[in-house]
Design a protein around this ligand. Structure first.
Ligand code: DPX
Ligand code: MG
Length: 560
């Protein structure tokens, strides 16, 4: 026989997890013991549950799925924020929470860490809103069915799942796991719907004089990057990506025309999107942010939307069509049409050449971006935190193999610190580079200490512009000022005599270059480089984008 905890551990290992992230608490201690018995997985502690959920979120970006284990209410409520992020960002993070002993409800006990009422159901009710499946195991014999059901739902939907395990059931006996195919095998497309969708899409594209492709953030979750590339090469047309899909199509590919983000696009992507008469949007998500305050949203008769399990085009809709199946089948049916590439050759702006700054001149964000560009390789994963880091980093040209992570849908400042920790645990052979603002860093800074603990050489560029600059551009006030910290000293304080973190402060280009050189030699721990710039040194793109988003946010209410 297995136990509920060992069953869960086996399933997590079988879906490819080599680690799970935890914060202990008395409701989950027996469960953590059971998970530790599984030698295929390591247990990784986090400093708090918000960071734990974000670490798992980052791990899922690297490995395709993740798990985090927290205690009841005091832990789970914090984790919910990161789980909401995983939901928004289409990442299957399994949240596991310890919960009250199964006898307590019937005994009418009041319990610690709860709301102080006899109701212990509120947590699963809350979890249901931010997961694809939420289960509570109240009898050990139900565990195999409920655990399989929750994990499968998460993997299929690429959304989180929630599993609640009472403190007295983690070690209780249950049946051993059956074949893992029951959990991981994908749902096939409906064959007839797929064929009809492909026929309609091929006819749609054939009628267009200037077709092109636009990749969106859900493309990776749908496992459709390779099929998208195949379709792009079959048509030979221009390919733009949304900001949340940067790196989902190789940027060195000759058909890559930039990041499409309305008027703040890179490489003139918007000019070709605006010119095209037939845009196949794969996994796109149009929000106020990604449409630049609703000023740039492809829609109408020229647009075909291919979602992870659905295709819609003018006058037709097809359900149960898996995106990868659709794109691969379509690639075999389309005609070559490179009109958008011919036009793009005329429209293509030169890549902005940023001149090297005088090494003694006051540091500015352009020089920071220029130097970060210089260290990008095919092994780099660049994580951009919410803030002007988005705009500073989005222009980075990614060499083949480089990856890029952004949390644009949830946009929780502070995400990048724990997420880069989780990502580094999941992908120890990649070079992890983070661009994070001072305000964001202050939210989750303590997770750097886990990078120290695990000797992870994450490289953090902390852009100290002395405040919440993006908010300054959207709507300024005294609330956008923050307390300055000595960031380099803080990082080294995490060593406490047993770590290799290094902190540097750069106020000019020369100091930055020197810090980057030193960082390259620190292979046993994180390096943080505080980059000090003026409060109003921000990108033109942030100002334009902030203006449009502010206008969208402040639309007056409609008259009744
Ligand atoms: C807030 C944002 O310093 O970056 O480049 O200076 O803007 P910039 P910082 O990290 O400041 C970030 C700040 C306060 N957003 O400008 S983007 C509101 C916000 C959020 N997430 C959470 N709370 C508030 N995005 C959790
Ligand atoms: Mg700032």
């Amino acid at each position: 026989m297995d136990t509920v905890g060992s069953y869960l551990a086996t399933r997590l290992a079988q879906i490819g997890l080599k680690h799970h992230f935890v914060v202990p608490g008395d409701y989950n201690l027996a469960l953590l013991d059971q998970l530790l018995l599984n030698k295929d997985m390591q247990q990784v502690n986090c400093a708090n549950e918000l960071n734990c959920a974000f670490a798992a979120e980052g791990y899922a970006r690297a490995k395709g799925a993740a798990a985090c284990v927290v205690t009841f209410s005091v832990g789970a409520f914090s984790a919910f924020d990161g789980i909401g992020g995983a939901y928004a960002e289409n990442l299957p993070v399994i949240l596991i929470s310890g919960s009250p002993n199964t006898n307590d409800a019937g005994d009418f006990h009041l319990l610690h860490h709860t709301l102080g009422t006899h109701d212990f159901h509120y947590q699963i009710e809350m979890a249901k809103r931010i997961t694809s499946a939420a289960v509570s195991i109240q009898r050990a014999e139900d565990a195999p069915r409920l655990i399989d059901q929750a994990i499968r739902a998460a993997l299929l939907a690429k959304k989180p799942a929630y599993i609640e395990i009472p403190s007295n059931l983690a070690g209780a006996a249950c049946a051993p796991p059956g074949p893992i195919s029951a959990v991981i095998d994908p749902e096939p497309s409906d064959a007839a719907s797929l064929a009809a969708a492909v026929d309609s899409a091929a006819a749609f594209l054939a009628k267009k004089l200037k077709p092109m492709l636009l990749a969106g953030p859900k493309l990776r979750a749908a496992g459709a990057e390779a099929a998208f590339l195949a379709l792009a090469e079959a048509i030979g047309c221009s390919v733009a990506v949304m900001p949340g899909a940067k790196s989902f199509f190789p940027e060195q590919h000759k058909q890559f025309v930039g990041v499409y983000w309305g008027e703040v696009s890179t490489l003139g992507a918007n000019t070709i999107v605006d010119w095209s008469d037939g845009i196949l949007c794969a996994g796109t998500v149009f929000t106020d942010y990604s449409t630049v305050g609703w000023t740039a949203q492809p829609a109408g008769a020229n647009v075909l939307i291919a979602d992870p399990d659905h295709v819609s085009l003018p006058g037709a809709d097809f359900s149960r069509v898996r995106l990868a199946d659709f794109l691969s089948a379509l690639a075999k049916k389309v005609k070559r049409n490179d009109a958008t590439m011919v036009e793009y050759a005329r429209l293509r702006p030169d890549r902005p050449q940023v001149p090297t700054a005088d090494p003694k001149a006051k540091l500015n964000r352009k020089e920071i971006a220029r130097q970060i560009q210089g260290i990008m390789t095919g092994h780099t994963t660049l994580l951009l935190e919410t803030g002007d880091s988005w705009f500073n980093g989005i222009e980075t040209s990614l060499p083949d193999g480089a990856r890029f992570e952004i949390e644009m849908q949830w946009g929780h400042i502070g995400w990048s610190v724990p997420a880069s920790f989780g990502y580094a645990v999941g992908s120890p052979n990649r070079k992890i580079v983070v661009m994070v603002g001072d305000g964001s860093f202050q939210m989750t800074a303590q997770e750097v200490s886990q990078m120290v603990r695990h000797n992870l050489p994450v490289l953090l560029f902390l852009i100290n512009n002395h405040g919440y600059t993006i908010e300054v551009e959207i709507h300024d006030g005294p609330y956008n000022n923050i307390k300055n910290w000595d960031y380099g000293a803080l990082i080294e304080a995490f060593n406490a005599g047993e770590g290799h973190a290094k902190g540097y402060r750069a106020t000019n280009g020369g100091e930055l270059a020197e810090a980057i050189t030193k960082a390259a030699t620190n292979t046993k721990g994180p390096t943080l480089i505080e980059c000090v710039i003026d409060r109003d040194d921000c990108t033109r793109e942030l100002i334009r984008w902030g203006h449009q988003v502010a206008a969208a946010n402040s639309r007056p209410p409609r008259k009744a």
